[in-house]
Ligand binder design. Structure first.
Ligand code: HEC
Ligand code: HEC
Length: 508
């Protein structure tokens, strides 16, 4: 069949209708994506692979921001300065894929039609991933974040060495975000600008929200979603590269920070060119790592497991991502020899509490680690300490050199551990932990004084102790600060799990 001229107008009309329809659908999809990304994601999920690809460029679904009107840090043997130091001192990691100044200049992974999206690093955005807000420094403002006013008026001169130049948190980032000062890349010798990394507190700080109050405690399980954060950052970089006008705003912020720091770029437009090139490289690297892990999973007939809030598979990957070629190299080939080093993150566990753990005989859920500094160092590699695993020809930068701050990791461990809880103890006596301890229920009961939900019923406690001894001790061992339990069930005492119980039964 051939078209006759007579039929053209009708045909044109149909084409026009189709184009308008498609445009309207695209605009609607875009608007819904801006206003309600979760809805679009749900629809895309149903349309299979193509939907998956589009869904990957939509912001991750996040709960709404809820800022408690009041907050408390519970008493756990640490001063406010020790706390704040633990929350922001760097262990030498560059967990985030971009330098510090870029991170605080990026906009959120959100699309906006009539306004400029706010910053990714804003506290009210990051709390939606489960992070806990933290003050810029320990001054009067810190009481809004749960620090009691009298707790940070200590005499710095009388404090241990690590607090002499304790970190500040100049951009008001959440608990566990630590700035790594600029340095030299151990594998390539290239200088790198200040980076941003996680410290222990990102994953080992707990918060319970009750009646608009934030109850905060160190060493408790975090309720964060690191997978969502990773996609939000990747997406934010993607939008910065591809959504018109975003890059310019981003670059202006980075330049403004350089000006404030006293090192303005000589040529702004050359600086922007270079910045864009590096940002694209970063995006490429993220994309390749993602594609490669997808490929490895597909080969093994496995799918990716979403860890969700409050869980993480921490024990994997170090020998995959650290061995990948450095970012500047253009090598895009699938890293065949490394594929075997990739372990599927398929066992996400809840972040364990870490009080008393320095006194355990063995740590980790699978009881796989005995020496805590080795454990901590391994953990620090897991959250991306800069490390030379590939270059062994330069004697000034030997193999295994890293940006790890062993001294800080040592101090962290010392603070967690505290003095020997078994010293001066009679045999069979309940140990007295003096490092970081679990918070006391009673302290919270006192905050919610007239609230029956928090009041303790002694009879229930007695019954619970019995049930615990029968049902839970097998795996969790006895409680560590309950002399009543030790008296009633000496056969199931909690102290047995600790390092002091050697052949001689004495201290370490
Ligand atoms: C990115 C999140 C993250 C960071 C950062 C992190 N941890 Fe952990 N940590 C975990 C997870 C998850 C586990 C449980 C892993 C397992 O056993 O499979 C764990 C386990 C532990 C354990 C063992 C607990 C037990 O009951 O055996 C200790 C102790 C510990 N971490 C201390 C630290 C210290 C100290 C730091 C900082 C130097 C740190 N962690 C940093 C997530 C993290
Ligand atoms: C067979 C071994 C076993 C027994 C018995 C057991 N648990 Fe557990 N429990 C575990 C393991 C393993 C985990 C960590 C699971 C994870 O995070 O994936 C856990 C986690 C928990 C947690 C959550 C901790 C957190 O931070 O998420 C609580 C609370 C708990 N157990 C209480 C109890 C109580 C109370 C009992 C007795 C009624 C009990 N458990 C009996 C093995 C056991």
């Amino acid at each position: 069949m051939s078209f006759s001229f007579k039929r053209w107008p009708g045909f044109l009309k149909t084409v026009l209708v189709i184009i308008t329809g498609a445009l309207a659908a695209a605009v609607t999809l875009f608007l819904v994506a801006v206003l309600a990304p979760e809805k679009v994601r749900a629809v895309l999920k149903d349309i299979g692979r193509a939907g998956e690809t589009v869904s990957a460029i939509l912001p991750p679904p996040l709960p709404a921001a809820q800022t408690p009107s009041k907050a408390y840090w519970l008493k756990q043997n640490w001063s406010a300065r020790e706390r704040f130091w633990f929350h922001h001192a760097s262990q030498g990691t560059a967990t985030f894929p971009v330098p510090y100044d870029w991170f605080v200049s990026l906009e959120r992974a959100e699309l906006a039609v009539f306004s400029t999206p706010k910053l990714l690093s804003d506290g009210d955005y990051l709390i939606r991933f489960g992070f806990i807000p933290s003050p810029r420094k320990l001054d009067g403002s810190a009481s809004d974040f749960g620090y009691s006013k009298d707790s940070f008026n200590t005499n710095p001169a009388a404090e241990p060495e690590q607090f002499k130049n304790y970190p500040e948190n100049p951009d008001g980032l959440p608990v566990g975000f630590a700035k790594l000062e600029s340095g030299v890349e151990p594998a390539t010798g290239e200088p790198y600008p200040a980076q941003l990394g996680f410290t222990c507190a990102a994953c080992h700080t707990g918060q319970i929200r009750y009646r608009d109050v934030g109850i905060r405690f160190d060493g408790g399980p975090a309720m964060v979603n690191l997978g969502n954060l990773e996609s939000a950052i990747g997406l934010s970089i993607f939008y910065t590269v591809y959504v018109p006008t975003r890059f310019n705003r981003f670059a202006d912020r980075v330049i403004e920070r350089a000006v404030k720091a006293g090192s303005p770029p000589a040529d702004r437009s050359a600086f922007k060119e270079e910045l864009k090139k590096k940002l694209r490289q970063t995006l490429d690297k993220i994309k390749h790592e993602r594609d490669w892990s997808k490929e490895i999973l597909a080969r093994g007939n496995m799918t990716y497991i979403d860890e969700g809030f409050g869980r993480l598979d921490a024990l994997n990957q170090i020998f995959f991502s650290n061995l990948l070629p450095p970012i500047a190299k253009e090598d895009k080939a699938f890293p065949e020899v490394l594929a075997r080093n990739y372990a599927r993150p398929d066992a996400p566990v809840s972040f364990p509490p870490i009080w008393d753990v320095p006194w355990f005989l063995w740590a980790q859920y699978d009881g796989s680690v005995q020496n805590e500094l080795v454990r901590n160092a391994g953990q620090s590699l897991g959250v991306k300490t800069k490390l030379n695993l590939t270059e062994h020809s330069n004697p000034n930068r030997p193999l295994f050199r890293s940006s790890m701050k062993m001294k800080n990791i040592f101090w962290i461990e010392e603070m967690l551990r505290g003095p020997d809880p078994f010293a001066d103890n009679a045999p069979g006596q309940t140990p007295k932990f003096k490092g970081l301890v679990a918070p006391r229920w009673k302290e919270v009961a006192d905050i919610f004084e007239n609230d029956p939900a928090w009041q303790v019923d002694d009879e229930k406690v007695r019954n619970g102790r019995q049930l615990y001894a029968e049902l839970c001790v097998e795996c969790h061992r006895g409680p560590v600060r309950d002399p009543e339990f030790d008296k009633e069930r000496p056969d199931r005492r909690g102290a047995e799990r600790f390092i002091h119980v050697g052949a001689d039964g004495g201290g370490r």
